[in-house]
Design a protein around this ligand. Structure first.
Ligand code: ADP
Length: 257
């Protein structure tokens, strides 16, 4: 195999590794739960991503790490913030003015890029779990279903049961009340999805073209359909939305060489 660039995104919840060729093609990737040992997660994700690319570490010209645990990757050559990495990967794909909404494990980011890819606005919610992947995981647990079943339940709902609070603790208590009164599980899950979208749209006014990234939309594409139905913007979901931090890091590895 030829020479490749490696991007490692050690997120608070999932660690992603992406391998890009000289001509920026995605050759391999892997996603593992981050857990408590960031270095081990980075190594495991990278080993599998390189395997998929039919490469070894000897083929890697340069590695850039990003994300919450980016300083804990011993084999990376440099670190770049996840905001810069998401911006770079999204602009590389769309080459136009867009708003990026990244819904991650423990935070949400709204990044506005102009037509040159320059960041002109940025909002982040990192103080609480409201509207994040952690919120989805917590609500799934409260409802007694797996997190990877949420999309299926929301999709077959016939109405939205709106939750009064964004807060995981209060929303959880509210869900229990609805369950006790016999509310449909599907309608409650759709209410959880609606709550995420309300949280995101409260962070920033979404206009123009919106590109969604992160693990939550990657695994719950119905959320994307719901945002489209809300109708204030054009909503795009790229392939591999959860990998955009890692892909951006690999692009930095290439451009910083
Ligand atoms: P981070 O970079 O902050 O670790 P990600 O963008 O990787 O976050 O998204 C993590 C979130 O994605 C999880 O909290 C969960 O809600 C969702 N997720 C990840 N994997 C799955 C899966 N297999 N099924 C359902 N949801 C998932």
């Amino acid at each position: 195999m030829g020479k490749v660039y490696l991007g490692v995104d050690v997120g608070s919840t999932y660690c992603k590794s992406a391998v890009l060729s000289e001509d920026k093609q995605l050759l391999g990737y892997h996603i593992v739960r981050t857990g408590t040992d960031f270095e081990q997660a980075a190594q495991a994700a990278t080993r599998s991503a390189l395997n998929m690319s039919e490469c070894s570490m000897d083929d890697v010209i340069r590695c850039t790490s990003t994300g919450y645990g980016r300083d804990n990757v011993s084999f990376s050559n440099n670190t770049v913030s996840e905001i810069s990495c998401h911006s770079k990967a999204v602009f590389e794909k769309y080459h136009s003015a867009v708003t990026i909404v990244d819904i991650g494990g423990q935070d949400n980011k709204v990044i506005v890029l102009d037509s040159n890819g320059k960041r002109v606005n940025f909002v982040m919610n990192r103080k609480c779990a409201a509207g994040t992947g952690a919120f989805v995981e917590d609500m799934a647990q409260r409802l007694g279903i797996r997190v990877d079943e949420m999309d299926k339940y929301a999709r077959t709902a016939d109405q939205i049961i709106e939750l009064g609070s964004f807060c995981t603790v209060f929303a959880g208590t509210e869900l229990l009340g609805y369950i006790r009164n016999g509310a449909s599980l599907n309608n409650l899950v759709k209410g959880v999805f609606y709550s995420i979208l309300k949280r995101v749209t409260a962070m920033a006014q979404l206009q123009g073209t919106v590109v969604l990234t992160g693990g939550v939309v990657a695994n719950n594409p119905y959320l994307v359909e719901m945002l489209r139905e809300m109708g204030s913007c054009e909503v795009l979901l790229p392939s591999y939305p959860q990998l955009f931090g890692a892909i951006g890091a690999a692009l930095y590895a290439q451009s910083l060489k």
